[in-house]
Design a protein around this ligand. Structure first.
Ligand code: ATP
Length: 351
């Protein structure tokens, strides 16, 4: 299978290199037949070609079986008209990646991790309050008068149903429990429609338990009784916020993994930003992107009936547990004394 690699900016190339090392090792060990195409994107590409993301790279990502996307330093990009294309946003739209899947698990030995947390947040990724993502094409926020502002929240039955499908399928592979999150008694029309569609999908999954909880209640419960949650299904903005909370509770953003999926394509993309404050020093934690790559392998393995891919993903996951248990190899964000290379070495040792 072909993997299109877009390393991103700042710490992106550093953690992508560590991730590719791991992928190449499991590629050989499990005979996966992976072929990687490395691209230059972000500001490095802009300097050479005048765009952060060229049409050729988009075409290669579309033609590949999967995409590995390093974090992009968009705050430093020039305007779109001057070539500052939003890399994850463009890939998401072009490949129709409507689901953002963000797991958070407290791994043994990680300082500050809340015991008992092992959940997956399934976040709708195309509508809601995010004006740049919904049908209003950026006009979802506007000022009708000089001193008042409006934000439109788009929820459709189609998008709600398809994200619910992803959540229930995910739950079938896990502890068979979905918690849907919103605030239905306040946002009666939008959350009402979202949850009506989730309940309709739930009828086709009688083995999966469905529960509803308010966004404010889960903010507290995720901390105080994390073991109550398996798959958490929610709309765009709530999912964005909750996944950062869950990753912080699992020990830190450096371990945040994410997979963006659609019906055809999938892109692994760490759940954190490009961390310009620590770029170029070799101290970034590569675990988030390595785990995202493992998610991509598991997704390819289960959707294309390739059990070796699932075995490779499980092996990476166990190797990360072992690597993180040792403070000498952990990076500074996890209270360790190691660096990007020491984490990569420790993960290798467990493959
Ligand atoms: P974005 O808006 O692109 O999501 P951000 O500005 O919210 O990005 P990040 O780039 O994720 O934030 O960085 C937030 C903090 O977390 C920074 O101090 C950064 O150094 C730290 N951080 C993020 N990722 C890592 C990592 N992989 N390893 C170590 N520290 C990290």
């Amino acid at each position: 299978m072909k993997i299109s690699v877009l390393p991103g900016d700042d710490i992106g190339p550093e953690i992508t290199e560590a991730t590719l090392d791991v992928l190449q090792t499991v590629n050989a060990k499990f005979d996966l037949g992976l072929e990687f195409t490395n691209h230059v994107v972000g500001m490095a590409s802009h300097k050479k070609t005048g765009t952060t993301l060229s049409d050729d790279v988009i075409a290669d990502a579309k033609a590949a079986d999967g995409v590995l996307l390093g974090p992009a330093g968009m705050s430093a990009y020039p305007p779109v008209a001057e070539g500052g294309r939003n890399i994850p946003g463009t890939i998401r739209k072009q490949l129709d990646l409507y689901a953002n899947i963000r797991p958070a698990r407290s791994r043994p030995g990680v300082p500050r991790a809340v015991p008992g947390l092992d959940c997956v947040i399934v976040r709708e990724n195309t509508e809601g309050f995010y004006a740049d993502r919904n049908l209003f094409h950026g006009y979802g926020e506007f000022m009708p008068t000089h001193d008042s502002a409006l934000s439109l929240r788009l929820i459709t039955a189609t998008a709600s149903r398809r994200i619910a499908e992803v959540a229930f399928r995910t739950a079938m592979q896990r502890r068979k429990h979905v918690t849907m999150v919103g605030k239905r008694h306040v946002m009666q029309v939008t959350d009402g429609l979202f949850m009506r569609e989730v309940e309709a999908v739930a009828e086709r999954y009688p083995d999966v338990a469905l529960r509803e909880i308010d966004i404010d209640a889960i903010a507290a419960d995720l901390y105080s009784r994390p073991e109550a949650f398996d798959v958490i299904l929610t709309t765009n903005m709530f999912g964005d916020i909750l996944s950062n909370q869950a990753n912080a509770l699992a020990g830190g953003l450096g371990m945040a993994a994410a997979l963006n999926v659609g019906d055809v394509h999938a892109a692994a993309n760490a759940g954190h930003g490009s961390a310009p404050d620590i770029a170029g020093r070799g101290i970034a934690n590569p675990v988030g992107l390595i785990l995202s790559a493992a998610m991509l392998l598991r997704h390819l393995g289960s959707t294309r009936e390739q059990p070796r891919y699932v075995d490779a993903a499980d092996t990476i996951d166990r190797a990360i547990d072992a690597a993180l248990a040792n403070a000498a190899s952990r990076t500074g964000d996890l209270g360790g004394k190691g660096n990007t290379a020491s984490v990569a070495r420790a993960v290798h040792a467990g493959l």
